[in-house]
Design a protein around this ligand. Structure first.
Ligand code: PSU
Ligand code: MN
Length: 318
């Protein structure tokens, strides 16, 4: 067990669970503040925490509030993240700045991974990871989520990489960085809204036990990288590539036209795609996060079990 870093504030529930070696699943907050509209964002955050509990793990949503990195949030904190315009998007480069200023920050995949690792949490559930943006050959826009995956020992469960990004270049970059990319039950790497991207899954896995075994092998060997686990959106909720691709192309063109770049790119695109699909993409986004929460909790349980922390009582719900 890792002692949580003294600069973090953990809820009692999360602190006790980590001390006892129980399964804990971390969750990001940029998806709440900058990834979805209100009130669906706070409903999603609450429901996802509920799913993780139902499965028998402890949820730990992460954000910076009044300058303190918080691991585990109350309902009022989620409400603030979902509504306040003062909550900035905080990636790794922004963390120290928002802490020193005593501000609020919604953490991205990269900064959430870092804080989760400092707390001693090894499993993290989200919707989609950042990656290499289309046109990165010119813009150099490559998400810090990728460099964080290379250096932080956390398993990240997502629904793959959405085609607002360059999926092929993202996979190439993850290979260069030595990050295992696992496709859950699929040979075709998933593309967030759609179950297939046309790119082969680098490494296929078929059970939470197998993923837990890979996590242990990776970190027992002292390898610094985390893991990217891509879990396809359920069939009933997917938007097929032929339908979403045109909409994404239109949103990208409008973004270029509006001169939007950098950290504003992903939130702009997600918001515009919700508008252009009349809310269908939001329903898909929520469904895939919930699906990832179910898998993430099962992975956390199997990992805790393999690490020898789970007692018979804690395992009763598994
Ligand atoms: N993809 C989504 N929803 C999101 C994000 C990505 O479907 O909310 C957020 C995540 O927090 C991710 C971040 O870490 O966007 C990536 O932003 P950037 O490309 O600026 O690194
Ligand atoms: Mn970027």
């Amino acid at each position: 067990m890792t002692t949580p870093h003294p600069r973090l504030a953990l809820t009692e529930e999360v602190r006790d669970a980590l001390r006892d070696g129980l399964p804990v699943v971390s969750l990001e907050s940029t998806i709440i503040s900058h990834g979805m509209p209100y009130p669906q964002n706070v409903e999603m955050a609450t429901e996802v925490e509920g799913i993780i509990r139902e499965q028998g793990a402890v949820p730990a949503t992460i954000a910076v509030l009044r300058g303190t990195p918080r691991v585990g949030l109350e309902r009022a904190d989620l409400e603030l993240l979902a509504t306040s315009p003062e909550v900035g998007k905080v990636s790794v480069r922004d963390l120290a700045h928002v802490m020193a200023r005593g501000g609020h920050g919604a953490t991205t995949v990269a900064s959430t991974m870092r804080l989760a690792a400092l707390a001693g949490i090894r499993v993290f559930v989200t919707g989609g990871i950042g990656g290499v943006h289309r046109g990165a050959q010119q813009s150099f826009d490559i998400s810090a989520d990728l460099t964080e995956l290379a250096t932080t020992q956390v398993a990240v469960i997502s629904a793959g990489v959405k085609s607002i990004l360059d999926i092929g270049l993202t996979l190439e970059t993850l290979e260069t960085l030595g990050v295992p990319v696992l496709g859950y039950g699929t040979d075709d790497f998933p593309a967030f809204y759609s179950r297939v991207s046309g790119f082969p899954t680098p490494l296929r896995v078929d059970s939470p036990e197998e993923i837990a075994a890979i996590m242990r092998a990776q970190w027992d060997m002292g390898m610094t990288a985390g893991l990217s686990i891509a879990n396809p959106v359920p069939e009933a909720d997917e938007i097929p590539a032929e339908r979403i691709d045109g909409i994404i192309a239109r949103a990208l063109a409008e973004m270029t036209e509006a001169g939007i770049t950098g950290k504003d790119a992903t939130p702009y695109l997600l918001g515009r795609i919700v508008e252009l699909t009349a809310g269908e993409s939001l329903r898909t986004n929520i469904a895939l996060v919930k699906n990832n929460a179910r898998l993430g909790a099962r992975i956390a349980i199997r990992y805790a079990e393999a690490e020898g922390g789970l007692t018979a009582t804690a395992l009763k719900n598994v």
